[in-house]
Design a protein around this ligand. Sequence first.
Ligand SMILES: [Zn+2]
Length: 60
Amino acid sequence: MENQAAQCIVCNEPKPRGITIFGQFICDRCEQEIVNTEVSDERYRFFIERMKRIWLAALS
Ligand SMILES: [Zn+2]
């Protein structure tokens, strides 16, 4: 069976599993991290910055 890996836009690593939003791939691990990150967490800002790129890419 062929394992097709797509590059995650959050961690920049090729991962076989994840979700695609507006043609942008986010691996399942990063998706879970975003979901489980507190708003007060420093990483949340990082994730939001990454997510912004998705929205901007989707709108352009
Ligand atoms: Zn990832």
